[in-house]
Design a protein around this ligand. Structure first.
Ligand code: SF4
Length: 425
């Protein structure tokens, strides 16, 4: 018999239940990474299942040259009848010959490559010997055995940091913003940093693979996404220092994120207020349109993207929601500390998942909105519950002042849809 869960599980002692969990694997991150880095190519070393996942998740591009593909490990490879490394070298040589636009080739590990212990880091090293300096090859794991979908980006960025140059000892102070965000949000942040007088700002991942920043003890970094535990460790291992902040979602999150950077670079409070005032006002106004609809709504978040604490903070403080449970696949208490401080007490936190028990808790709580993965959303909708796919928050431009209203809109849209779908009989 299962013991009843505690009504309140805190961030310090979240509810931890282990069982089946429902979340995409790290390969899914290629969908947004390949759009961001325009001269990179992601070659999954995996099975037909991996290829099908990517094709159905990203859509099949018939008329354009895609920037991801799968090198299929077939039965001969699994049976050890072929030399996987030779086969991989052949696939890479043909690909690079056909696609001179590729500057960075990323080998992405999967469950099958992990099971047969194919060493992709070593393969990347060997291929670099053949193709450098014109083309660079690196690797990371997106395997579903060890990663959820946002951890794919985390592993990729950690590997990318490993390939960044070391900062010169007399390098001026610099700021690295780590985490894939929409180009439009990146440009807006860059303008604000410039106005604040913060120079030498770069973004990870950059749009072109040759634009990776040099990293060292004069580097400060701000995470733009909360799921970057491995990338943050890689940056710290190079001597860079993390600027602790909430994440730039909503007016408050964006202001506190920018303020943390401004404080770290010695920008005067008066200057900061003057430069951010107009953006804050626009964001507040845009969010207030959605607050009326959202106020008092009870929300249950299933573990999926690791954005859950930041979304809960935005919904609670800017939209007036009541949060029932914040589920997250992993809770990095250091990285999430600023979000935890802003959230009201009394919310139940859960880390990891036993999906059946969590579904029971959710049904019992009967929330107004459920934020969850795609696999759970449809069955919940069939029960007449209102849901939102968490993966949409990773695909959509939601960071910064100008996107705060869009984030509010994304969260209120399920209520509008439910109103349209509800038919009185
Ligand atoms: S990496 Fe694993 S979980 Fe992901 S699609 Fe391939 S086999 Fe499935």
């Amino acid at each position: 018999m299962n013991a009843a869960p505690p009504s309140v599980a805190t961030p310090a002692a979240p509810l931890r239940q282990r069982g089946q969990h429902e979340v995409f694997c790290g390969l899914t991150s290629i969908i947004w990474l390949h759009r961001k880095m325009q001269d990179a190519f992601f070659l999954i070393v995996g099975s037909r299942t991996c290829a099908h996942l990517m094709q159905s998740a990203a859509g099949v591009m018939i008329f354009s040259e895609p920037r991801f593909a799968t090198a299929i490990i077939d039965e001969r490879d699994l049976a050890g009848m072929a030399d996987m490394n030779d086969e991989l070298d052949g696939v890479v040589a043909r690909l690079l010959e056909r696609r001179p636009d590729i500057r960075l080739l990323v080998l992405v590990g999967s469950c099958p490559s992990e099971v047969i212990k194919l060493d992709l880091a070593r393969a990347a090293e060997r291929l670099n010997g053949l193709h450098m300096p014109d083309r660079r090859v690196m690797s990371y794991s997106g395997s579903g055995i060890e990663t959820t979908f946002t951890q794919g980006e985390d592993n990729f960025l950690a590997a990318l940091v490993g390939s960044c140059e070391r900062e010169a000892p007399d390098a001026p102070a610099s700021l690295v913003v780590a985490g894939c965000i929409a180009d439009i949000a990146e440009e807006q942040f860059l303008r604000i940093f410039e106005a604040l007088g913060i120079a030498n700002v770069s973004f990870l991942p950059p749009r072109r693979s040759g634009a990776t920043p040099a990293i060292g003890p004069n580097t400060r970094f701000l995470l733009a996404q909360p799921y970057l535990t491995a990338a943050a460790s890689a940056l710290e291992a190079r001597g860079a220092a993390r600027i602790a902040a909430p994440f730039p979602l909503g007016e408050e999150g964006t202001t506190e994120w920018l303020r943390a950077a401004a404080d770290a670079f010695g920008v005067e409070a008066r200057k900061f207020d003057a430069i951010t005032a107009a953006g804050r006002e626009r964001a507040r106004k845009a969010v207030s349109r959605h607050r009326e609809r959202f106020q008092g709504k009870r929300v249950f978040l299933f573990p999926d993207s690791q954005l859950e604490p930041s979304l809960a903070r935005f919904m609670s403080r800017e939209l007036g929601a009541q949060i029932v449970e914040i589920g997250t696949p992993f809770l990095n208490r250091q990285i999430a500390a600023s979000e935890i401080d802003l959230l009201p007490k009394g919310i139940r936190w859960s880390e990891g998942q036993d999906v059946d028990r969590q579904i029971d808790r959710c049904r019992e709580a009967a929330p107004d909105l459920i934020i969850c993965g795609m696999g759970l959303a449809n069955p919940f909708e069939a029960e007449g519950r209102t849901t939102k796919w968490s993966i949409e928050f990773v695909f959509s431009p939601i960071h910064g002042y100008e996107q705060a209203g869009d984030l509010g809109e994304l969260l209120t849209r399920p209520f509008a849809r439910r109103d349209v779908l509800t038919v009185e009989v």
